[in-house]
Design a binder for this molecule. Structure first.
Ligand code: DLL
Length: 432
């Protein structure tokens, strides 16, 4: 719940009033602390005084992932690095990551938002929760960790990559909750089944996100494991997990909109659409100090619902995601842009820029094969030379994507040439 001063759930009017107050403060803050925003506002003749409430938000310019990349690494930070206590980063569209910095207060707000989400999922201080999102530059691990710890739950920082250890500890520790990607949880359920451990677990809730999933996947997780599974959403640029989460009624994800103001935009005109209409989600971070973002275009497709929820919460809800407006893929929870592969291959003279990414899901784990076409000048069928090149490209791709891929070198002129927009991805995963 988002409470007012009398400790009652905030009404829509109270929320609007709070958002207005925070937006006015934010616009002043970015104008005076971030040159990028000052210049952008000046370019359209806007002064901080022109923004007097949340209804003025549409006067403000948008921010995109490219803006973060162009100002890499710290150009959009609003505070000196002495105030930044944590850095996270996610994939950029080409070689450079998008970098996000958090002040101490930002981390507190983040932990509070994740705690709210986990509370929606019924997590309390009595729970033992395994956090099986990746720990590191990705926000999933540490974000979920701090939120669960904020509630007072017992946190087991598993990270990813060792399913056997995870299932053993799930049983031995009597874990009651888990936070991980939905596809990984389906994989875990298979491991538990194969090991004959399904009836030995005490699990009752899962907080799943970081990739698209469906009601059918939720049902399968719930049935296989005998638990309740909740959908948590977030993105590193805005904060990480905890921007929104669904409650027990599963009618959309409640946004922590006292901190993140959501807009859904028509993707052609970029004007806000009516509630219930599908469009691109944008967020304005109302309270962030480290790297505040104004009207950040997430590229995620959803719709807004501001009607009260059966659970009693009055916060706006976003519907389950319907895809993206760009070509970003999420493979084993890692964001991947095809352009990153292209950028990585550019310096490798033995191959051409023709490549094809084949994404599949085997035993509920994503697989990635990249077919790369050899340059005619370097073409050889000598097995040892090909093996060495395969290894070299595998390493380059791993460095660029942060993900292992199976590399398949193919003869010159074998990959399909497209007459229109080049096709670089075959995604065989079926989101059922
Ligand atoms: O995935 C943060 C996160 C971690 C969210 C753990 C939930 C749980 P990024 O790596 O920056 O951050 O990726 C953000 O992932 O724009 C969506 O396209 C997608 N995404 C995240 N959560 C969901 C979800 C984290 N619940 C991008 N459903 C976002 C569908 C999701 N897509």
């Amino acid at each position: 719940m988002i409470w007012n001063e009398s400790k009652e759930c905030m009404s829509r009017d109270e929320m609007s009033h709070l958002q207005s107050k925070r937006l006015v403060k934010l616009v002043n803050y970015v104008y005076h602390n971030v040159e990028f925003y000052r210049k952008k506002m000046q370019a359209v003749g806007l002064l901080p005084g022109d923004i007097s409430g949340i209804e003025d938000i549409t006067k403000l310019p948008f921010t995109t992932k490219d803006d973060l990349r162009d100002n890499y690494p710290f150009g959009l930070f609003a505070v000196p690095n002495t105030e930044i206590v944590r850095i996270h980063a996610s994939s950029g569209t080409t070689g450079k990551a998008t970098v996000v910095g958090y002040t101490r207060r930002d981390l507190d707000v983040w932990a509070e938002c994740v705690a709210r989400c986990m509370t929606m999922a019924g997590i309390t201080k009595d729970d033992i929760i395994q956090v099986a999102y990746g720990y590191g530059l990705f926000t999933g691990g540490l974000g979920a960790h701090d939120g669960a710890q904020n509630i007072g739950a017992t946190v087991v920082p598993m990270s990813t990559g060792n399913s056997k250890k995870l299932t053993t500890m799930m049983v031995d520790f009597g874990a009651t909750a888990i936070a991980c990607t939905p596809s990984y949880l389906l994989h875990i359920s298979e491991v538990l089944e194969a090991e004959g451990l399904l009836d030995k677990i005490k699990l009752r809730a899962a907080i799943c996100g970081a990739e698209p999933w469906t009601e059918k996947m939720r049902n399968e997780i719930e049935e296989k494991l005998g638990i309740k599974a909740y959908d948590i959403y977030g993105l590193s640029e805005v904060m990480g997990p905890g921007v929104a989460c669904d409650c027990e009624f599963h009618r959309g994800l409640h946004v922590c909109e006292d901190h993140f103001y959501p807009e859904v935009l028509n993707s052609e005109t970029l004007t806000p659409v009516a509630d219930g209409v599908l469009g691109e989600l944008a967020f304005t971070t109302l309270t962030k100090e480290g790297i505040p973002l104004i009207r950040y275009r997430t590229k995620d497709l959803t719709s807004l619902d501001r009607t009260p929820c059966e659970c009693g919460r009055t916060s706006a809800r976003i519907s389950r995601f319907k895809g993206r407006v760009d070509d970003m893929l999420i493979i084993r929870g890692v964001n991947v842009f095809p352009s990153q592969v292209e950028a990585a291959l550019v310096d490798c003279k033995e191959v051409t820029p023709h490549y094809m990414m084949i994404v599949d899901r085997v035993n509920n784990l994503d697989t990635l094969e990249i077919q790369v076409e050899l340059d005619p000048k370097f073409y050889t069928d000598e097995v040892r030379a090909l093996e060495a090149l395969n290894k070299k490209i595998g390493h380059i791709i791993n460095q660029a994507l942060g993900l292992n891929a199976k590399i398949k070198l193919v003869e010159p002129k074998t990959l399909i040439r497209s007459e229109g927009k080049a096709v670089h991805v075959i995604d065989k995963r079926k989101l059922y």
